[in-house]
Design a protein around this ligand. Structure first.
Ligand SMILES: Nc1ncnc2c1ncn2[C@@H]1O[C@H](COP(=O)(O)OP(=O)(O)OP(=O)(O)O)[C@@H](O)[C@H]1O
Ligand SMILES: [Mg+2]
Length: 780
């Protein structure tokens, strides 16, 4: 194998030294070195260009160049060729410096031998090769640093920047030369955090604080921008293991963080919105597993999310192992469109309007199902309330109309019976028949009266009173009514507010409710009667249509009886609805309660469940302050003589009624002039010699109303007293159902005794109670 020869150029002006070196090389290399020589620096440069030597032996002191300057120039010209310095013994210092400045080795003239020379040349060649390799490595590393997409930053222990790569400069917004050697914290750390961070840095480089391998810290760039950097840090150690600085790579995560934050906040926003929806929303997979639910679901199921998610929806909602029959899941999958239906969920005891919507992926496969449950319980309840009110109104009108007609027809029956019985001897063969007719008509009259109470057509005398007193007064009577097998418990609010109603009617309400409670407990039980003040707020009125906000006195009558199911509850206020056997109940009790409470401006709530008893709550509006002061005293009915001698003008268009009343009045001793209408009455009155004492007139008549007639006669006889008769209460009281004091009124069917009493009351009164002057508005 042919050995490679090493071409060496010797630049030396001393000929003796040149010869010596040549000799030694020949000796040492045994032909492996080729030596070229030059005697000056400039000749050396030419030879380098022509011969391309692999190594240069260089004397520093040449005719055209001397000292370290020679080396500098040589290195500048041939940076890649190793140089070995030849030096005299006294210049050894300088040679050492030359090695520091890049020469590979030096040899002291006079101390060289052939072996040393050969070794030095080989060593220099190898060293240069290593150096070049190293340089290449460094270049490569620098390139890596420069193409890296992160900051590479080195700080010395004095906080100075000792290294920064290209990307670092780009992110920091300045050039390497502007910042190398300068204090990192002063240049880039936000002012408010500077001292704290410097302290940490100092502690870390002094070893007092452990280095955080990862931190996210913000910086202020040269252009004044704030950026968030994720730093990975490592300590820089010297040969002895001492910390000399910190090396960090930093990733600009400003944008990433911003996006992350905005994703986080929109996810939060979405969750908040999702949870604020009061409808229950479920997202299901195709197997009906619950993937996601909103807060409303967790609240309705009274379970935390983790106990709902992943479970089958039918398991959670219906406790079943498969979808129940009514679940439209299969239909939804088959028809691929939204399905809506209404349903009562027994688990929650609520009505829902449910919408199931299929969601498909891009290839049209069913991906998930969105279920929305809207609670419509309240809506349904309001609807039922409305329908109930409308029904009651219609039934009320019907009952009122019937009562009106019955009244007109019962008046002559009762009246004629009364007259016949007065005139007839009790031994008369027809006497007992007439008594039977009279009793039957009386029963009808009672029924009609009850219907009038239901249809709110009863004449009422509202008074301001304390409900507790009424209950206390009735206690003994109620105890007798319910019998000994039922315990009566009273719990009355001692600070109860006053209410305004007809006391007799309220007594009737209490009796009807207590009797019903009694009938519901054939084997005994407990009835409790309670009173309290309650405030009804706006919120409550939204779900209870017939309430107005304000203070109420509530009368609560509850029993421990058989209770009622919904079907019965829906009908209890209808007249003639009864579940009692024939003869035990007419089904009018609660209809009357309803009419009375409504007429008093109140409301009723009922709670009942089969087998769990019943509670009726009657709400009566509390009277306002001004009314409390006018506590009217009850007038006691007087016993009086029912006969008289006065002249009475009777005006009534119904012939049968007129005839009966006329006969009855004449029977009592009165002088009666009768007329079939207002016009005839006026004509008659003008022909009369003596004035009349009393006008009894029907209210509704063709041509001229009773009211107009009264006004016209009173114009002639201002002291004339008047009694109105009417079958229909509205004729005289308008829609209020309340009779103003001072108006004398007799309701059809007329009972002779009541009429006689009213006539005497009116005629014997000192003032003119029948006068309608100034009160005519009552009749309009
Ligand atoms: N406290 C109650 N417990 C159970 N059911 C009741 C109660 N109160 C009323 N009911 C039911 O309501 C129906 C109607 O009651 P309502 O008082 O109107 O008529 P009634 O009691 O049957 O007959 P009446 O009261 O005319 O004698 C009753 O037949 C009964 O079915
Ligand atoms: Mg009853």
């Amino acid at each position: 194998m042919k050995e490679e020869k090493t071409k060496v150029l010797l630049i030396e002006d001393n000929l003796g030294d040149t010869l010596l070196i040549r000799e030694m090389l020949t000796e040492a290399g045994r032909g492996s070195f080729i030596l070229e020589t030059a005697r000056s620096f400039s000749e050396g440069l030419m030879k380098i260009a022509a011969e391309e030597p692999e190594l240069v032996l260089l004397d520093l002191n040449l005719p055209d160049s001397s000292g370290l300057e020679t080396l500098r120039k040589a290195r500048h010209t041939i940076p890649d060729i190793p140089i070995v310095i030849l030096t005299g013994i006294k210049d050894e210092e300088m040679a050492l410096e030359a090695v520091k400045q890049g020469a590979q080795d030096y040899l002291v003239k006079g101390e060289i031998d052939d072996k040393l020379l050969a070794r030095s040349i080989r060593y220099a060649l190898a060293r240069k090769e290593l150096e070049l390799e190293l340089e290449k490595e460094r270049d490569r590393a620098q390139k890596y640093l420069d193409i890296a997409e992160v900051i590479f930053l080195a700080l010395d222990s004095e906080e100075r920047i000792t290294m920064i790569n290209k990307k670092g400069c780009e992110i920091l917004g300045c050039s390497e030369s502007e910042i190398l050697g300068r204090n990192w914290f002063e240049l880039f750390c936000p002012r408010e955090k500077r001292e704290k961070r410097r302290e940490n840095f100092r502690k870390t480089v002094s070893g007092a604080l452990e280095l955080s391998p990862y931190v996210e810290l913000d910086i202020i760039t040269c252009t004044g921008e704030r950026k968030l950097i994720a730093w990975h840090n490592t300590l820089i150690l010297d040969d002895r293991g001492q910390i000399t600085g910190i090396l960090s790579s930093g990733d600009d995560i400003t944008e990433k963080k911003r996006v992350e934050n905005s994703i986080k906040s929109s996810a939060m926003e979405w969750r908040k919105t999702f949870d604020s929806i009061s409808d229950m929303i479920l997202i299901l997979d195709t197997q009906l597993n619950i993937i996601r639910v909103n807060k409303a679901v967790s609240e309705m199921l009274k379970l935390p999310y983790q106990e709902i998610l992943g479970k089958r929806c039918y398991r959670m909602f219906h406790n079943t192992n498969q979808p129940p029959d009514f679940c439209p899941y299969k239909e939804l999958v088959a028809e691929r469109k939204e399905i809506c239906w209404e349903q009562f969920e027994p688990k929650f005891e609520r009505h829902f309007s449910i919408t199931m919507t299929p969601v498909f992926d891009e290839s049209g496969n069913l991906n998930s199902i969105i279920g929305i449950y809207r609670d419509i319980t309240e809506e349904k309840r309001l609807q039922e309330q409305l329908e109930h009110a409308v029904k009651m109104e219609a039934v009320g009108r019907l009952a009122g109309g019937m009562a009106h007609d019955f009244n007109n027809n019962l008046t002559p029956i009762v009246g004629i019976c009364d007259l016949l019985l007065e005139e007839m001897n009790s031994e008369h063969p027809l006497y007992s028949d007439i008594v039977d007719i009279r009793e039957s008509a009386e029963r009808c009259t009672n029924l009609v009266k009850q219907l009038m109470a239901f249809s709110r057509k009863q004449v009422v005398e509202p008074k301001t009173f304390n409900l507790n007193n009424v209950i206390n007064n009735m206690e003994k009577m109620l105890a007798r009514l319910i019998g000994e097998h039922i315990h009566l418990k009273k719990n009355l609010d001692t600070r109860l507010e006053l209410v305004k109603a007809d006391i007799g009617q309220i007594e009737q309400v209490i009796v009807n409710l207590v009797v019903n409670a009694r009938d519901a407990m054939p084997y005994g039980g407990r009835i409790s009667i309670e009173t309290a003040n309650v405030y009804i707020d706006e919120e409550f009125t939204r779900s209870h249509l017939d309430f107005k906000p304000g203070w109420y006195v509530v009368l609560c009558i509850s029993d421990t009886g058989i209770g009622m199911d919904k079907n019965i509850l829906d009908k209890i206020f209808e007249p003639f609805f009864t579940t009692k056997e024939k003869g035990k109940g007419t089904g009018l009790g609660l209809a009357i309660v309803y009419g009375i409470v409504k007429q008093a401006g109140g409301s009723i709530l009922v709670e009942s469940e089969p087998g769990r008893g019943t509670t009726f709550r009657i709400y009566l509006p509390v009277v306002d302050e001004s009314e409390k002061k006018i506590l009217t005293k009850e007038s006691k009915p007087k016993t009086m003589a029912l006969h008289g001698w006065e002249t009475i003008l009777l005006v009534e268009d119904e012939l049968s009624v007129r005839k009966v009343v006329k006969r009855a009045l004449e029977y009592m001793g009165y002088k009666v002039i009768d007329a079939e209408d207002g016009q005839q009455a006026l004509t008659l009155i003008k022909q009369l010699k003596t004035p009349i004492d009393l006008l009894i007139t029907d209210v509704i008549m063709p041509e001229m109303s009773g009211k107009d007639l009264a006004l016209r006669i009173q114009a002639l006889f201002p002291d004339l007293k008047v009694i109105f008769i009417s079958g229909y209460l509205d004729d005289i009281i308008g829609n209020q159902g309340i009779l103003e004091p001072g108006i004398q009124f007799i309701q059809k069917p007329i009972k002779i005794e009541a009429l006689a009493q009213k006539i005497r009351e009116t005629l014997d009164s000192i003032s003119s109670p029948g006068s309608i002057h100034g009160k005519s508005h009552l009749l309009t």
